[in-house]
Design a protein around this ligand. Structure first.
Ligand code: PHE
Length: 438
């Protein structure tokens, strides 16, 4: 076997992980979830969920990956617990599944970049979205999105993923901040900030049963947990890195980018007359275009906005594909390029139903993000908390001098609050998916 690749630089690993975390989850899902679950109060619970649940959970995946030094399924063999391979397999499968429709949405975004130039969506945004979100053209754009994803992953960790995300992540930040400043100058945008940033605690207390699980789910999804991405990415790093610092930097940047996306989306929705809660998944494809027809430089703003979304979606999609590619390359010694192309083709095929009918897309999303993802996180949490246990603490302390106590606190948080919160999320999703009344 040839020597396994590693990241060229520490910042390369951090940026690639941020690239994975920052995606449709931040710019598309986060604003509409916030709107659906009551605005600022949701934001507050989400922030808490990132710190208390998401951060310990991302560290758990890091520990598994770095200690095993190999891709997500074989990792459990390498750690001498082959019985747990199924956990890695579930994560890898979940990522594969999710990528199939993630790419369809990515295809819509490609289309909206072009339509910003021609002004195609400005006249009747609702009808436009209805017409382009499913059908042969959506399928072709899904293919285009997968092609770019394959193109990057085929070049490997250093030559593909690290190089690409080094440009992608800073571009997202700069452009998004630019748009947030622009949104601030719009007359009538004030109500958007009010909605996004000043919490209504009364409503929160009334609806906490729905708000809390939604916020936990969003935190897990946004940090790219469950689908073995962080296990895989961490398997390419060295023992002298401080995982607490890396995990903290990734979680913090991801959250700040999500908030900045909110500072673009909510003011724009306010300009367009509010209606935050009703926007739903179509928010950025319908409500934002509606707002764009009313504001100065609408087309240019639309172009930049959808460009950001596309870059963010791509840097996440490559992480999902890398998980499966690295599994086949590491385990069976397959050649990377050919494997990547082949897998890209299979993901494309799996996404065909979602590209032809959005009802399929919604179904794939519900299974992938509401069920497979939290279940995989739960199993990793149990594995790290009770099976690896002291070994996990030893691993996390490597390269983390001065963080000895934090290591123990971390393990106990995994065994208590993280475990319970994720268990609750899985249980609720099961109730919802099976339609059982609560
Ligand atoms: N975090 C990504 C986003 O916010 C989605 C994702 C989830 C990517 C899980 C990889 C693994 O869009």
């Amino acid at each position: 076997m040839t020597d396994r690749e590693t990241w060229a630089t520490r910042i390369g690993f951090i940026l690639a992980s941020i690239g994975s975390a920052v995606g449709l989850g931040n710019i598309w899902r986060f604003p509409y979830q916030t709107a659906e679950f009551g605005g600022a109060a949701f934001l507050l619970v989400y922030l808490l969920a990132v710190v208390v649940i998401g951060l310990p959970a991302i560290l758990a995946e890091f520990v598994v990956g770095r200690r095993a030094d190999i891709s997500a399924i074989s990792a459990f063999d390498a750690l001498d617990h082959p019985g747990w391979r199924a956990v890695g397999a579930l994560g890898v499968f979940g990522g594969f599944w999710t990528l199939s429709y993630y790419s369809v949405v990515g295809g819509w975004v490609f289309r909206y970049i072009g339509a910003s130039v021609t002004g195609g969506y400005l006249e009747a945004p609702g009808e436009y979205f209805g017409a382009v979100s499913a059908g042969p053209e959506a399928l072709a754009l899904h293919a285009a999105f997968m092609l770019v994803t394959v193109g990057i992953v085929a070049f490997g960790i250093r030559g593909g993923i690290e190089k690409a995300t080094k440009v992608m992540v800073p571009s997202i930040v700069i452009l998004l901040v630019g748009l947030a400043v622009y949104a601030f100058t719009l007359p009538g945008s004030g109500a958007g900030y009010q909605y996004f940033l000043s919490p209504d605690f009364g409503a929160l207390m009334e609806n906490y049963q729905t708000v809390v699980p939604a916020a936990v789910g969003q935190a897990l999804f946004s940090l790219s947990l469950g689908f073995a991405v962080m296990i895989t990415y961490a398997s390419y790093i060295d023992d002298d890195e401080n995982l607490f610092v890396d995990g903290g930097a990734i979680a913090l940047t991801n959250t700040l980018i999500g908030i900045t996306a909110g500072l673009v989306v909510f003011p724009l929705l306010a300009v367009q007359g509010g209606g935050y809660g009703e926007a739903g998944p179509g928010a950025i494809f319908v409500s934002i275009p509606t707002a764009l027809s009313d504001v100065p430089f609408g087309s240019a703003v639309g172009f930049v906005f959808f460009l950001i979304v596309a870059v963010a979606a791509l840097s996440s999609a490559i992480s999902l594909l890398e998980v499966v590619v690295s599994h086949l390359v590491d385990t069976y010694g397959f050649e990377r390029r050919r494997t990547t192309v082949l897998l890209g083709g299979i993901v494309f095929a799996l996404g065909i139903p979602s590209a032809l009918d959005t009802a399929w897309l919604t179904w794939f999303d519900a299974i992938g993000v509401n069920l497979l993802l939290p279940t995989a996180v739960l199993l990793v949490v149990v594995f790290v908390g009770w099976v690896l246990a002291d070994d996990a603490v030893e691993e996390i302390r490597k390269g983390a001098d001065g963080f000895e106590t934090v290591g123990t606190v971390w393990l106990w948080s995994i065994r208590s609050i993280v475990f319970l919160a994720v268990l609750g999320t899985v249980a609720l999703s099961l109730f919802e998916l099976t339609g059982a009344p609560l």
